[in-house]
Design a protein around this ligand. Sequence first.
Ligand SMILES: *Cc1c(COP(=O)(O)O)cnc(C)c1O
Length: 381
Amino acid sequence: MKFGTKAVHAGVEPDPSTGAIMTPIYQTSTYVQESPGKHKGYAYARGANPTRNALQKSIAALENGKHGLCFSSGMGATDAVIKLLSPGDEVITSNDLYGGSYRMFKRVYEKFGIIFHFLDLTDANNLIPYLNKNTKLLWLETPSNPLMRIIDIEACATIAKKNNVRVAVDNTFASPYLQNPLALGADIVMHSVTKYLSGHSDVIMGALVVDDDQLLHDLAFIANSCGAVPGPQDSFLVLRGIKTLHLRMERHCQNGKKIAEFLKSHPKVGQVYWPGFLDHPNYSIARKQMRDFGGMLSFTLKNDSPAKATQLMESVHLFSLAESLGGVESLINHPASMTHASIPKEERIKNGLSDSLIRLSIGIEDGEDLIDDLTNALNKV
Ligand SMILES: *Cc1c(COP(=O)(O)O)cnc(C)c1O
């Protein structure tokens, strides 16, 4: 089945009790049992809920994976993966990471004795010196946030697999429409469902997709034991959002390309970070592992002035100044003070994330209106 058909149909069946074509919101905390322990697979809603189950099947299908597991947020999903580890275990990850993931790794889990190595993984060979018998997990994020670097998932996974290291990929920026990490050798795909999958900036949710039955079992055990599960209303909203994922992504990509090219040719703009440029350092890998280049991009102004960047962010009208991404509406963000404020300044600058960097999440509005908005704002700085 092709992607668009799966987006509309996967996981969703007419409701058995009424034939309702849309999966109902099963707003219940518990389920009545016929006799003790005898039930239809549902005992208590922390463990399972039919609306959530339909969504889990849908997300798994979009990633061409066997099992999906939803969480109350993207961080809840990431947290479950880290809880598979034990004190003394080591994790290799990239140095251009979602700020919240960096914060969880450094400030929550280091004190439990888990060791994290933050590396430039745009060259897969960089991870080799860090592999040892304690290395248990390779955590990748590509395209990276906010610098749009691309990591070769297959090359990294090949090295990891030879050393029995599990591979997880945060696939939030690409969405399953653009990239399917399981097919490239990953064991776990993580999504902040909050972003493209939901698509309407009205839900916080996370998901994991895996093929391995035992791995699903272990993660579901953590989900049920620790309790970071989403509610049925949110599951319903995401099921609805996914039905248009392919259409939204097409427009996100079209608009992303238009705006990346517009910014690149604008005299006041310095650097534009977008993986679809032929001169992007990881262009060929992006071409190889992604279906298109997405709607996320970052840029700096010439002379790299933080004051002018602030002025620009205050001058746009259609773009809203807000954290998050992947919704139908375009957003503008200042990573240094917003999404990535939790990364220490020296660490940020060292990794190339300057104080004047501006990140855009390009929505599905008419691209020309978005360009007009940016043109007007650039004229004011
Ligand atoms: C937003 C985001 C997360 C965290 O997800 P939440 O749903 O906000 O908890 C993780 N990774 C990336 C790349 C994100 O953009």
